[in-house]
Design a protein around this ligand. Structure first.
Ligand code: KG4
Ligand code: ZN
Length: 399
């Protein structure tokens, strides 16, 4: 099955075409046929965070050029000229996109694909709508079925893949996933621990009560005068002194001159809270002049505090639920210290749990994960009626 994935939930615009076959387990395999992504971080950077209406405008501008690039990479044949009647109604609020798409459809014909998968939530609703309406318009023009995808499920599916470089484009199979499976989802919008007893079945066991961990990275970065997105910036500063202070892993004893709280680390549940940590950073920042050295120390201690809490909760959940596999997904899982701390802690506690984390460039938002999750949902026959598909900023993981 060939499937086109579309992602516009936040500040990445992405499209990806894959060919996939097989079912969950050893016989699943996929190949990327075409892939294109534009990150809007530079556009949002001056605002210190993602500005929803700006994201919407950028998605509208980027989608057709990305589609053109991704299809350009494939060797798929295209047939005939597509009639573009009816698209005006679907894209009545995205007039620029309508114009680009109409041109594209007239000049390209219908490619040999079988379905279109699109993120319909969770995320920023104005941004999600652009992707959803774009997918609806393409599905109408090419007469293809639509698969709505939950963005968080897509992060989980992505983490379950075993990737190989197949020529210039990526291909892959599935890692051996044993259940119970625990997924730690850490991004700019989410901090969740999700338990699965079988593939694509979910129970939310814990989540943040206030800020998401990625949001805390972004806000703390702003306090430190660092650009958006803050995660990579904080990590870069922290790594400059991490080696020197001999703090290499989880709960390593700190002799840093600054110490920050580990919110809810001992609470008797799997919930998180990061807004107090951010406030604690603000107090430290306001207390004394922010020298380069002090900035690095705060970055290091903040990164340690986040890692300690994430690791402690994950370890407790592994223990309580007997998790055999842990998947980590979402932008924050690109963080080297968090990745290494999790691996080290699982080893130190003597668990046999398998830890799977995608490479950093696929841990952040992309359309490959949407195409993959869409494939598995399509296998279950979960297509949407074009009129019923809606963007939902608060979409939950379904059971
Ligand atoms: O999953 P993602 O790309 O988008 C959302 O769905 O939110 O995650 C973006 C978040 C941002 O908050 C960014 O600061 C954070 O992931 N992030 C990192 C790192 N790279 C990205 N956080 C910590 N360390 C990193 N290396
Ligand atoms: Zn994400």
């Amino acid at each position: 099955m060939r499937i086109l994935g579309i992602e516009t939930s936040c500040d990445e615009t992405a499209v990806c075409i894959i060919e996939a076959a097989g079912e969950f387990g050893a016989n699943f395999n996929f190949r990327v046929l075409g892939n294109a992504l534009i990150s809007q971080t530079a556009v949002h950077s001056p605002y210190g965070g993602v500005f929803p209406n700006l994201a919407k405008r950028e998605h509208e501008k980027n989608l057709v050029p990305l589609l053109e690039k991704a299809f350009g990479e494939t060797e798929l044949a295209c047939q005939g000229v597509t009639l573009t009647r009816g698209l005006e109604k679907i894209l009545e609020r995205e007039l620029e996109l309508l114009q680009h798409l109409t041109e594209f459809l007239k000049t390209h014909g219908k490619p040999e694909i079988d379905a279109i998968a699109v993120t319909h939530g969770p995320g920023l609703e104005p941004a999600l709508w652009v992707g959803v309406n774009f997918a609806k318009a393409l599905a109408a023009a090419w007469n293809l079925p639509l698969v709505p995808v939950n963005h968080m499920e897509a992060h989980i599916v992505m983490s379950a893949m075993r990737l190989e470089q197949g020529g210039s484009l990526l291909k892959g199979t599935m890692d051996k996933i044993r259940f119970p499976l625990l997924s730690l989802l850490i991004s700019g919008g989410h901090t969740e621990l999700v338990l699965s007893k079988e593939w694509m079945q979910y129970e939310l066991i814990g989540q943040t009560r206030d800020d998401a961990v990625g949001e805390a990275f972004d806000k703390v970065a702003r306090l430190l005068g660092l650009p958006y997105p803050g995660g990579p910036e904080i990590s870069r500063l922290a790594s400059q002194i991490r080696g020197q202070v001999g703090l290499s892993h989880y709960m390593a004893k700190s002799d840093l001159p600054i110490s920050l709280p580990r919110p809810m680390i001992d609470s008797d549940d799997y919930d998180f809270s990061f807004s107090g940590l951010k406030t604690a950073v603000r107090k430290v920042v306001e207390a004394e002049e922010l020298t380069d050295e002090r900035r690095k120390t705060i970055a290091l201690e903040f990164e340690n505090a986040c890692a300690d809490v994430l690791v402690a909760k994950t370890i407790h959940a592994i223990e309580e639920f007997g998790a055999e596999t842990v998947l980590v997904g979402g932008g924050v899982s690109a963080n080297t210290h968090i990745r290494e701390s999790l691996a080290q802690a699982i080893k130190d506690y003597g668990y046999n749990t398998k830890l799977l984390i995608p490479p950093p460039n696929l841990a952040t938002d992309n359309a490959l994960m949407i195409a993959l999750a869409g494939y598995f949902r399509a296998q279950k026959g979960e297509f949407a009626k074009p009129d019923s598909i809606r963007a939902n900023g608060n979409l939950k993981l379904a059971n």
